[in-house]
Write a protein that binds this ligand. Structure first.
Ligand SMILES: [Zn+2]
Ligand SMILES: [Zn+2]
Length: 123
C-alpha cells in the first residue's frame, strides 16, 4: 500500500477528513451493529491510528453501543467512522467514503459468524 494522504468525506461534503500514512488494517465486518447502522449487507473498514487522522469538519456522533462512537453526517446521513473503547486510539472509516476507495483491499472478515451467508468472500 502506498504511503499517501487519504482523503474522504460524506455525500454532501459537509464532513471531510484526511489520514496520513499507511492504514493499520482493511477488513470486512459482518456484525449486526455495522449492518444496521450502515444499511449495507456488510461493511468494509479502513483503520487508522487517531494521530494519523485529521477531521477537517467533524461528524455528528451516534453511540451505537457501550464505548462505541459512530460518526455520521447530520446533513446527508452518510455513515463515516467508528471508534471503540475496544480498539483505543483508532479511527476506522467505511471504505465507501474515501475519495479513492479502489486503493484498499480487505484482508479478512470480522464477525463472520454473524454474516449473511452469501456475503462471505471466498478466494
Ligand atoms: Zn453530508
Ligand atoms: Zn461491525
Amino acid at each position: 500500500m502506498i504511503d499517501v494522504t487519504h482523503k474522504g468525506g460524506c455525500h454532501c461534503g459537509a464532513v471531510r477528513f484526511e489520514a496520513g500514512g499507511t492504514p493499520k488494517f482493511v477488513a470486512r465486518c459482518h456484525c449486526d451493529s455495522c449492518r444496521r447502522t450502515t444499511g449495507g449487507a456488510f461493511s468494509t473498514w479502513v483503520g487508522f491510528k487517531d494521530e494519523q487522522v485529521t477531521w477537517i469538519s467533524p461528524p455528528a456522533v451516534y453511540p451505537s453501543s457501550e464505548g462505541v462512537k459512530r460518526g455520521f453526517c447530520s446533513n446527508c446521513g452518510t455513515p463515516l467512522s467508528y471508534q471503540s473503547a475496544q480498539w483505543p486510539g483508532e479511527t476506522h472509516f467505511l471504505i465507501g467514503v474515501f475519495d479513492d476507495p479502489r486503493q484498499y483491499v480487505p484482508a479478512g472478515d470480522a464477525f463472520a459468524d454473524e454474516a449473511l451467508a452469501w456475503c462471505l468472500h471466498r478466494d
